[in-house]
Design a protein around this ligand. Structure first.
Ligand code: SF4
Length: 374
């Protein structure tokens, strides 16, 4: 593999990560929005430079899979020429923010995110996985989305600055939000946060100006497939799309899509039903995580996604099917976790992949029989 593929970082387009099927090239849509023209361009880029597979990540980014070392420079040129990637690699790395996906032009989320992006050159160098969350709608939507430095709607109705891992935040004056985020990020670095890696693990006492006592407001219901005041939302099974499914979206009578951290796309306009996407908010695949598995991943000894489709209707809570103990698709415990090992399946309840199982060495049919509702 070439020298530009770096492991151990949150990959971006300038620093793609090597996976079993080639390089992963991450695209961070600006304010989480992709126009129809951008969707068409990404569909074409995935087919031309990648293997036609595109991941939706839990940071509301897209990841083009299967890019070759030889094809990466031309792909990067294309993405930077169309402003999908910043031509400055440092700025691209710093552009790690998740926004409430249903923002509207000029509202608090839009205003603060735009302000933060305007200050990006003044932000400190942060560890690879740290990021900002701007969740300034009428109530929080992004409580479970990964982040370190948050702006959220507070219980009293105004906006608060909250450091990840702390239950309460500091109320902010309107207009001061982006500056406060930058100040908190600088304090994190100056107080030794880089060694901790993430804000939630950084135990240094917060400075007085960030030490508020206001809790976030009660969260809003997540955006699910179906009708939405902005248009309509659809789910991507296992967070995976293809060049074809992006092209289908680009052909719809919509202005753009918003990418969410929940493997759901919110379209600005109506979407026609398409079997590539989940349209039912109760679809059990929305509660199912499954990694690529065999044969796509060389570390997997079992197939995962067909098995997950068969198991999902039998499981009431969260289901995780993992090709091996690494658990790439889900770091948190799931109600039912199936982990592949030596070509067979281990079953565990309320566990992460690879945790001590309740049943070991099952064939798929035995697993289905064990979990079957009827
Ligand atoms: S969990 Fe294991 S099998 Fe699945 S993608 Fe990760 S390394 Fe591969």
């Amino acid at each position: 593999m070439s020298g530009f593929a770096v492991r151990g970082w949150c990959p971006d387009a300038w620093r793609p990560m090597a996976a079993g099927d080639g390089l992963l090239v991450r695209v961070k849509p600006r304010l989480g929005r992709l126009t129809r023209a951008e969707l068409a361009l990404l569909a074409d880029a995935s087919a031309r430079f990648g293997n036609g597979l595109v991941d939706l990540t839990n940071r509301a980014n897209l990841q083009l899979r299967g890019v070759s070392d030889a094809g990466w420079p031309a792909l990067l040129d294309l993405l930077t020429a169309h402003a999908l990637v910043d031509p400055d690699r440092t700025r691209e790395r710093r552009r790690t923010l998740i926004v409430a996906p249903d923002w509207e032009q000029g509202d608090d989320t839009h205003r603060i995110a735009t302000d933060l992006l305007a200050r990006i050159d003044a932000l400190p160098a942060l560890p690879g996985k740290t990021g900002f969350v701007i969740d300034a709608g009428p109530a929080p939507l992004l409580r479970d989305a990964p982040g370190d430095f948050r702006i959220e709607r507070g219980e009293a109705g105004g906006l608060i600055l909250r450091a990840e891992g702390r239950g309460t935040g500091m109320p902010l004056a309107p207009g001061d939000e982006a500056a406060a985020l930058a100040r908190l990020a600088r304090w994190f670095v100056d107080s030794g946060g880089v060694a901790a890696g993430r804000m939630a693990r950084h135990t240094a006492p917060l400075p007085d100006w960030a030490l508020g006592t206001e809790p976030p407001a009660a969260p809003r219901t997540a955006i699910l497939p179906g009708a939405h005041p902005m248009g309509s939302a659809v789910g991507a099974p296992f967070g995976q799309m293809t060049a074809d499914s992006l092209a289908v979206l680009a052909g719809q009578p919509i202005a753009a899509v918003r990418v969410t951290p929940w493997r759901v796309l919110l379209a600005e306009g109506p979407l026609a039903a398409d079997p590539r996407f989940l349209a039912d908010p109760a679809d059990p695949l929305l509660r199912t995580d499954a990694c690529a598995g065999a044969p796509a991943c060389p570390q997997a000894s079992v197939e995962t996604r067909s098995l997950a489709r068969a198991l999902a209707p039998q499981v009431d809570g969260r289901l995780h099917v993992s090709g091996c103990a690494k658990g790439c698709a889900r770091a948190l415990p799931a109600d039912v976790t199936v982990t592949g090992r030596n070509g067979l399946l281990d079953l565990a309840f309320d566990a992460t992949a690879g945790a001590p199982p309740d049943h070991v060495g099952l064939e798929p049919a035995a697993l289905l029989a064990l979990l079957g509702k009827s």
